[in-house]
Design a protein around this ligand. Structure first.
Ligand code: ADP
Ligand code: NI
Length: 211
């Protein structure tokens, strides 16, 4: 079995049943997009680097503390997977522990070049048609409202406020999703982010009109 198939089998254990938009197909899209961004920026990766890119793409949400209460156990299992498959542990861990939006609210973490591609690919999956679907799925799962015009958009928050405060899914577009296009690392990522963000802006304009 090649490394990509092994990664898919490994994450199925954790992510198959996820109803919040962080299922196996999210990880597959991130891996595919990360490879496409690297190619369109004409970057050449060694075999070792390609394994790091794939592993970080597939594993990044397995250890996310908003999706699991057993982060420490999962970290150990991820490390074992990487050792067994001869992937550079430090390189992958450095990416998946530092790439999340919430962990970058206070201090922006410096990611490796490969990490910057994986982070952009993950962020692109929060945009566009799929991004819209994921935002409402996540908000619904958390018990948030679709929209309430009496709830104000929050500004300047740290990770705790971002995660804990009640908001609405529509507010989440302003609180995070519309900001992503200016936070992209890579040239190829910036272009796709601009297109997907424009689509979401149209969606929100139509939504407000119907409301
Ligand atoms: P990260 O894991 O990078 O810290 P998030 O916690 O924002 O980022 O989670 C990733 C995805 O989950 C987002 O792109 C979005 O689709 C969804 N999400 C997170 N928080 C909310 C929210 N309050 N309302 C709607 N969707 C959310
Ligand atoms: Ni993700």
């Amino acid at each position: 079995m090649d490394i990509e198939n092994k990664l898919v089998q490994f994450i199925k254990r954790y992510m198959s049943e996820d109803p919040t938009g962080h299922d196996v197909y999210h990880s597959k899209r991130v891996a595919k997009m990360a490879k496409e961004l690297v190619n369109s920026d004409k970057l050449t990766l060694s075999e070792e680097e390609a394994k790091i890119l794939l592993s970080a793409s597939y594993l990044h949400d397995v250890i996310d503390d908003k999706l699991t209460e057993s982060k420490d156990i999962r970290l150990k299992e991820v490390e074992k997977f990487l050792v067994d498959n001869h992937v550079d542990i430090d390189a992958v861990m450095d990416i998946i522990l530092n790439m999340s939006y919430s962990d970058n609210l206070k201090n922006k973490k410096k990611l490796s070049t490969i990490g910057q591609y994986v982070q952009d690919a993950d962020r692109l999956d929060a945009l566009g048609a799929i991004g819209i679907a994921r935002a409402f799925a996540y908000g619904g799962h958390k018990g948030n409202l679709i929209y309430n015009p009496e709830i104000n958009i929050k500004k300047d928050f740290d990770k705790e406020t971002y995660r804990s405060q009640k908001s609405t899914s529509v507010n989440h577009f302003y609180e995070k999703l519309f900001k992503l296009k200016d936070l992209m690392n890579t040239n190829s990522g910036k272009k796709i982010a601009a297109k997907r963000t424009a689509f979401m802006e149209d969606f929100i304009a139509e939504f407000k009109e119907e409301w």
